[in-house]
Write a protein that binds this ligand. Sequence first.
Ligand code: FAD
Ligand code: SF4
Length: 495
Amino acid sequence: MADPKGFMTTPRQEWARRPVEERVRDWDEVYEPGALLPIISKQADRCMDCGVPFCHDACPLGNLIPEWNDLVARKDWRSASDRLHATNNFPEFTGRLCPAPCEAGCVLAINQPAVTIKNVECAIADRAWEEGFVPPRVPERLSGKTVAVIGSGPTGLAAAQQLTRAGHTVAVYEKDDRIGGLMRYGIPSFKMEKRHLERRLGQMRAEGTRFRTSTAVGRDVDAAELRTRYDAVVLATGATAWRELQVPGRELEGIHQAMRYLPLANRVGEGDLEVSPLSAAGRHVVIVGGGDTGADCLGTAVREGAASVTQLDIYAQPGAERDEYAEPWPTYPKIYRLSPAHEEAGQLGTAPAADADARLFAASTLRFTGDDGGHVRALELVEVDERRRPVPGTGRTIPADLVLLALGFSGPDRGDGLIDQLGLVLDARGTIARDDGFATNVPGVFAAGDAARGQSLIVWAIAEGRAVAAAVDRYLTGGSQLPAPVSPGDKPMRV
Ligand SMILES: Cc1cc2nc3c(=O)[nH]c(=O)nc-3n(C[C@H](O)[C@H](O)[C@H](O)COP(=O)(O)OP(=O)(O)OC[C@H]3O[C@@H](n4cnc5c(N)ncnc54)[C@H](O)[C@@H]3O)c2cc1C
Ligand code: SF4
């Protein structure tokens, strides 16, 4: 640390967001361009360079956080970039999208605001691209081995980049028309602009990774036949089988799964559509589900010009502070968090039916009611206690002519036939079963990311992609120098 007293003299300052009125009129990232770099070296200097850095332990990638905090404090951006890329293939993704369990685990967070680790990571990644510190790393020699990676989300991309750099010939198969998984079709660009994805894909293509889009393995290509064509196969197909809401009126028109709604908005951003066929413009929108997918629907509906937006969360509103007994430091606590989307909905007053941030907590949907044409017009809800029992006298009806279901995901989508064609065994949760070395029951077929772990986070996806690459490299060559930051049995801190 350049200044040993930095944590005492410098208060935490985060990357400023653009004014709400401005940012809801476009789809660009919510952050103020150019506002991060001037503050970040002082922020990095708040790091105490702890003897036991809990931040490092809390990060599934094992990011070398105190090391790059020190390098940023000293403005040695090239070395900081090298240390960051030593553990993370795509820090510009995590620097924008990660909920930062590292910050919850930061030692400083015991009695004052944590180091802004996520902002430091993002600043290093962006600076590295600007300065040309991340050229393609083409392997010096090829192994002659071939690998098919199925799925191009963060898991598949991390695995593909690691294996390509190790000298294997890698082809990524993706059923969508563009590469990126949920980072392409799911996550809105106000959280991460797609140019960051394109830039990495350019690097990967230059390194030799090949991409086959619009190819659903199981439907367009037989999975078992694909296995015979490649020396190894990595399944990184995600977990996008969504949960349903079985209540009266579910069949009415105007009720959609979040993952039908969000990708259409992404397609407008890509220029494929002029207007989303499910646009929220002028509609009373109700989002059922209090998680991040719901928050992404909220930010999207606000930008599309919804008449009102309400997000229902079945859980009670968490407290503002960590519960020291139930969730002591350094765990990731369940506390009240105001995402940019909630800030927007609150400030714009688009939530007449709800509290100031558009959320109704402890709210359970009883039924939908519609008009004569069979279109949803209202949602009946009731307040529930901590055991989800209805609280008498709390029933009410709110207007709803677009309902978005964001209730989470149960496991991999089986519609393509890939799982059956390969004869894969699933575990009790419905995700692809694998052993401690990421190997499935089919020889030469490995599974990683959400497809095997269940719905998780980008940081876990990248960590699993790196680890499965090491396992495949070992399978192909008898040994591996590639890092394996996580094992299949590792449990995330609850996020
Ligand atoms: C709306 C939403 C918002 C999220 N926001 C965040 C966030 O802000 N921060 C965060 O950390 N995490 C977030 N997540 C979670 C995160 O996106 C996932 O954990 C992560 O993308 C998982 O990566 P993956 O590569 O395993 O799977 P995915 O990203 O789901 O990628 C799987 C890919 O496989 C392809 N595929 C599937 N089957 C086949 C087949 N048979 N043939 C060919 N291709 C196939 C799919 O089309 C897809 O492109 C969010 C999730 C959702 C749904
Ligand atoms: S725990 Fe916090 S203060 Fe300690 S090394 Fe990590 S970032 Fe720095």
